[in-house]
Design a protein around this ligand. Structure first.
Ligand SMILES: C[S@@+](CC[C@H](N)C(=O)[O-])C[C@H]1O[C@@H](n2cnc3c(N)ncnc32)[C@H](O)[C@@H]1O
Length: 209
């Protein structure tokens, strides 16, 4: 059964960019709710082919019943291997809609959103070894600072990492609410300026990366 995924923004212009040939071979490397894939299928002819990749098993619920479509539950870094396996030497276009989907934010137990006080999971692939909680509780202070500096572009990444290590020395950080409490002092001024929580969202996103 289809799950209520969002309809991708700029759906038509994005797919227009693929310049779809009726008998072409296309790859949607971030299948998700299948919005882009469905639009591609609507433009393909009988002999066209579409491969949809997603590492999140939840995306499987959205796979269309269409013989031109093949779903691959995998990280798209293995794209080449899987296409080879399906005897595809060349493709006519690839689409990537990178990032987290609304589905991830809305699923409380996935731990992607600070709207809920849930376990700090944040794995897109539920079989992946590293959850956000494992990263926060086992990475060295230096590595945490690097994560926040490189991916979050925080100038205060060292201080954030130091606070995380200080807090986890008292007790492991396992809940989104606990992480929020540790991060709040760093983002209070920005939050007051923006009058919203969006600044706090950034460290969450960086952990995910
Ligand atoms: C923004 S959503 C895509 C939404 C999709 N375009 C649609 O129309 O519904 C991104 C999706 O890509 C998946 N994803 C992110 N990184 C991935 C990766 N490296 N390999 C495979 N899937 C990935 C996520 O699990 C998520 O379902």
């Amino acid at each position: 059964m289809m799950t209520p995924y969002h309809i991708p923004a700029l759906l038509h212009p994005t797919i227009d960019g693929l310049n779809i040939k009726k008998d072409g071979v296309y790859v949607d490397v971030t299948f998700g709710g299948g919005g882009h894939s469905r639009e591609i299928l609507s433009r393909l002819g009988e002999d066209g082919k579409l491969f949809g990749f997603d590492q999140d098993e939840d995306a499987m619920k959205n796979v269309p019943d269409d013989k031109r479509f093949t779903f691959v539950r995998s990280n798209f870094c293995f794209l080449r291997n899987f296409l080879k396996y399906h005897n595809v030497e060349q493709v006519d276009g690839i689409i990537a809609d990178l990032g987290v989907s609304f589905h991830h934010f809305d699923e409380e137990e996935r731990g992607f959103s600070f709207r809920f006080d849930s376990d700090l999971d944040m794995r897109m692939n539920k079989q992946a070894r590293l959850s956000a909680s494992v990263v926060l509780n086992s990475y060295s202070e230096e590595n945490l600072a690097t994560v926040f500096y490189l991916y979050g572009e925080f100038h205060n990444s060292r201080r954030i990492a130091a606070s995380i290590v200080k807090a986890r020395n008292i007790q492991p950080i396992t809940k989104t609410g606990e992480l929020m409490d540790i991060l709040k002092p760093f983002f209070l001024i920005i939050r007051l300026l923006l009058k919203c929580n969006s600044a706090l969202f950034r460290p969450f996103r960086r952990l995910l990366v």
